[in-house]
Write a protein that binds this ligand. Structure first.
Ligand code: PMP
Ligand code: GLU
Length: 414
């Protein structure tokens, strides 16, 4: 009887401890976490890219088509400029907005490339286009403000809006093109801004000038701010890049976002910039003062050299991307995974519905069977389902090998 009671007592203690642990996890531990961060998801693009890099480091022969970064090295003259500045002791805090030489180079770039005249006080430099987007969205968003985001979208837009206590509202695209009527349909009294991204991540679509003009009219008529993410401006194949801020009455209601990551293969340097009316930049500066403070001098100086010196490195990379784009288009159609012709950026958004409608399952299958890392379309919004995003910022040799692996893998399905 004594042992029976002892076993019963031990089970009771174990059950009580288990219940207490569950209550602790659900009600006490989780309560300590922010309600805001709980709502957002980790970045799928960065998560899959990290997984692919880790697999490679552990000796698995994975071909990485997930990475949204140029495979080219940063051009030599840009690296040299930064090294010289480190060696000469330029290693201290800088002006919060950015060093005057870089602000001037950006002002000149906007004038020359985009036909927009900004004052220095209308420009800010920060830690990548991502941080500039953060500051821009935080600067304009009040709790409950709605921000329109065309679907499919780059993964970070909705999360940044939610972190800023705004509400992301998704606008349907047609064949991945923005349709002005769809934007108008989603405008309410709470709509504050519209995010546009051309050339687009994940589809490579470029908004036509005519459509961009219609979008500008809608923004003016409904008093909307336009956040124009032009990070892929220089990686464009068949069209001329247009900046919406250059259209009449648009400069004062546009926040133009750009950076060095893609055009100059500088993803790891973390250098981006924005231009907008002074009122908005002033708010962004406050966020910067209380967060990143400033960007390292030598990184900013590398940006000055990137903008002011020959742009041949930019066009050389673009020409190489164009060759790969054409190859990817040909191979994807041969394999029964059609893809709208990407007009810019370095992504192909391929429809794999012939093999599997679930993009998560299909990309897992490709990783396991073809040893190819690719981003499932669903990560970019509901209209991305049944698609995968292949980044062709990878060598022609790897593209050829990757497609061969995919071909073999899908033969096992058919
Ligand atoms: N916008 C888009 C559309 C992107 O794809 C990315 C990804 N890098 C960014 C912004 C952020 O770029 P950065 O590396 O300058 O932060
Ligand atoms: N923008 C790139 C991508 O979409 C880099 C990763 C990220 O910042 O999300 O893959």
């Amino acid at each position: 009887v004594f042992f029976k009671n002892l076993i019963f007592f031990a089970i009771l203690v174990f059950v009580l401890m288990f219940l207490f642990y569950i209550i602790y996890v659900i009600y006490i531990k989780n309560k300590k976490m922010s309600e805001t961060t709980k709502k957002i998801m980790p970045s799928a693009t960065l998560a899959i890219n990290t997984k692919a890099k880790n697999l490679k480091n552990s000796g698995v022969d994975v071909i990485n088509f997930a990475a949204g970064e140029p495979d080219f090295d940063t051009p030599e003259h840009i690296k040299r400029a930064a090294i010289e500045k480190i060696n000469s002791g330029c290693t201290k805090y800088t002006q919060t907005r950015g060093i005057p030489e870089l602000i001037e180079a950006i002002r000149n770039k906007f004038k020359k490339d985009n036909k927009i005249d900004y004052k220095d006080s209308e420009i800010i430099v920060s830690s990548g286009a991502k941080m500039v987007l953060y500051e821009a969205i935080f600067a304009i968003t009040n709790p409950g403000d709605e921000i329109l985001i065309p679907d499919p979208y780059w993964v970070s837009y909705p999360s940044i809006v939610m972190l800023a206590s705004g509400v992301p509202k998704f606008v349907k695209t047609k064949n991945f093109k923005l349709v002005p009527e769809e934007i108008e349909k989603n405008i309410t009294k709470k709509t504050k801004a519209l995010i546009i991204n051309s050339p687009n991540n994940p589809t490579g679509a470029v908004i036509d000038k005519k459509d961009l003009m219609e979008i500008a009219d809608i923004a003016i008529k409904n008093d909307l701010i336009v956040i124009s993410d032009e990070i892929y401006e220089k990686i464009i194949y068949d069209k001329q890049h247009e900046s919406i801020a250059s259209f009449p009455e648009m400069k004062e209601r546009t926040i133009t976002i750009n950076g060095f990551s893609k055009s100059y293969a500088m993803t790891g340097w973390r250098l981006g910039y924005a231009a907008a009316k002074e009122e908005i930049i002033k708010e962004m500066l406050k966020i910067q003062e209380h967060s990143v403070s400033c960007i390292p001098y030598f990184v900013q100086y590398a940006g000055v050299v990137a903008l002011n010196e020959s742009q041949k490195c930019v066009s050389d990379m673009r020409d190489e991307f164009r060759k790969r784009r054409d190859y990817v288009l040909k191979r994807s159609s041969e394999l029964g995974m059609p893809c709208c012709k990407p007009e810019g950026a370095f992504y192909a958004f391929m429809d794999h519905s012939e093999y599997n409608k679930d993009s998560m399952k299909f990309s897992e299958f490709l990783l396991d069977t073809a040893r190819v890392a690719i981003i499932p379309g669903i990560a970019f919004g509901s209209l991305g389902e049944s698609h995968i995003r292949m980044s062709y910022a990878n060598s022609m040799k790897n593209l050829e090998k990757g497609f061969l692996n995919i071909e073999k893998a899908i033969k096992t399905i058919k």
